[in-house]
Design a protein around this ligand. Sequence first.
Ligand code: ATR
Length: 287
Amino acid sequence: MSGNPTRERYAVIGNPVGHSKSPFIHGRFAAQTGEPVEYGHLLAPLDAFVPHVRAFIEAGGRGLNVTVPFKLDAHAFANMLSPRAAAAGAVNTLRVDADGIYGDNTDGVGLVRDIEVNLGVSLKGARILLLGAGGAARGVVLPMLERAPHTLTIVNRTAQKAEALVYQFAQAASGAHCRLTGGSARAIEAGRYDVIVNATAGSLDASLPECDDCAFGNGTLAYDMMYGAHPTIFMQHAAKLGARGADGLGMLVEQAAESFYVWRGVRPDSAPVLAELRALLTAPSPA
Ligand code: ATR
């Protein structure tokens, strides 16, 4: 990363990290808001997250986005955690403060904002089905509960992990007057869900998580946290059952916008950046 003394330094740290779209997104946010932000990427060896973060901070770095596989390391590294990062057990945003390192997790609110603002589907009073119970799923449970849905059903191939999430978030659900249940695919309730979120890693190897077809229908938003140039297998399956599909590109841009806000106190306009990224993603590659 080149040093520009008039700009404050931020980066995304991961392994691998060269493919990350975060430098592009934050570059657009900085240009749009006029904030003096310089944003690059930082490749850390798998066993050397902490020394790389320390060196970045010593060189004047002000904040980091954290991606695979370091979100748990970042959670352990932070001295202060936002409630949503504590609930997620993972950190995707580090901010260097005068009194220590603040850890936050903007993934969940990124998903919620994409669904509610960009896709226009309110989660308040909705019936939500969450597929998966790994890190990606756990990170979105609290921000979804904060929107006071009617029902949240968490289903996972390994049922115990879904049951553990139900136990962990029981109090938050009760406070939100939301019925929180979960387990194996048998926990899926009768009738169409309003929103089904695929938070499994299934789309990576083009496999479909187990899910009753009756959960999908007209009026269902079937949201895959993965994204690509083409609709994912989960989105294709949902479309055959009459549901509307969405991929996770909007979540990517919205979590970045929230991180930018955490660092700078300024909220960028995500819409033009999402439109530009979508166009780049779907443009035919040069022969
Ligand atoms: P992440 O941090 O991306 O969530 P993870 O913690 O490894 O990654 O979790 C991956 C999730 O995808 C889990 O819910 C996993 O199910 P298990 O807990 O049973 O392993 C789920 N998953 C991965 N591949 C899957 C597949 N082919 N079908 C269904 N679920 C799958």
